[in-house]
Design a protein around this ligand. Structure first.
Ligand code: PXP
Length: 241
């Protein structure tokens, strides 16, 4: 069965747009879990554009299911993650000018830094996942630096606009998932997954233990309510294989 973890960054984005104290991502996390989510994801960015330290520490206290802390290799954030001790730390690339995370981590090009950060987090008792494009070279490097898990970046699949390119991207993800599984890595996936592309994703991509979904669920929640939006996506995800 596949677990659904919900990224609540967009609740904090809305709060911060008015420099307000609401909507509170901590309240949203409670509602997501009550609606059946298996856990919560957040990204503490270096520029703090949405989630801040206050959220991180309260989420650690209040989330009952799995807590996934997304972070870059920046040592300040790695230190915060080590003190919070979430269940999972997902290392992602981060650029100030991007609207959202673009592309997977370059493990090959940053091997030393990824290896050192992975070890530091693991020494703090945190499982480490690397957010990667479905590139066999990067996936093999993830196993070499000691990660036990990868999150496949599904953005190119989600952005594909023709049936042929959607199938081609889904196929690449499927091959990446098989390679990771052969190397003994757990497979997670996320970015741009939604109520519409889920069916093709689940048909083509095996071995996925966990998905991280934010925008589609929070955007739907604005119109139909968070409980319904979570329940509908969870029903789709739980039908995976
Ligand atoms: N996984 C990672 C590593 C991400 O950076 C994001 C976006 O914050 C997601 C999953 C969720 O993507 P989306 O909001 O498009 O569902």
């Amino acid at each position: 069965m596949t677990n659904l973890l919900i990224n609540i960054d967009h609740i904090a984005t809305l709060r911060n747009a008015r420099r307000e104290t609401f909507p509170d991502p901590v309240h949203a996390a409670v509602l997501c879990e009550l609606a059946g989510a298996d856990g919560i994801v957040f990204h503490l960015r270096e520029d703090r554009r949405h989630i801040g330290e206050r959220d991180v520490f309260l989420l650690k206290e209040t989330v009952r299911g799995k807590l996934d802390f997304e972070l870059s290799l920046a040592s300040e954030i790695v230190d915060i993650c080590c003190s919070v001790k979430p269940h999972l730390a997902t290392l992602v690339p981060e650029k100030r000018e991007e609207v959202t995370t673009e592309g997977g981590l370059d493990v090959v090009g940053n091997r030393g830094a990824v290896l050192a950060t992975t070890k530091k987090l693991q020494d703090a008792g945190i499982e480490v996942s690397l957010f990667l494009d479905p590139d066999p070279v990067q996936i093999a490097a993830a196993a070499e630096v000691g990660a036990t898990c990868i999150e496949l970046h599904t953005g190119d699949f989600a952005n594909a606009r023709t049936p042929e390119s959607q199938i081609a991207q889904a196929h690449k993800l499927g091959q990446g998932a098989c390679l990771a599984n052969e190397l003994g890595l757990k497979v997670h996936a996320g970015h741009g997954l939604d109520y519409h592309n889920w069916y093709l994703f689940r048909q083509q991509v095996p071995h996925v233990q966990e998905v991280s979904i934010g925008f589609a669920i929070i955007a739907r929640a604005v119109l139909v309510g968070l409980e319904r939006a979570v329940q509908e996506m969870n029903a789709l995800v739980k039908a995976y294989r």
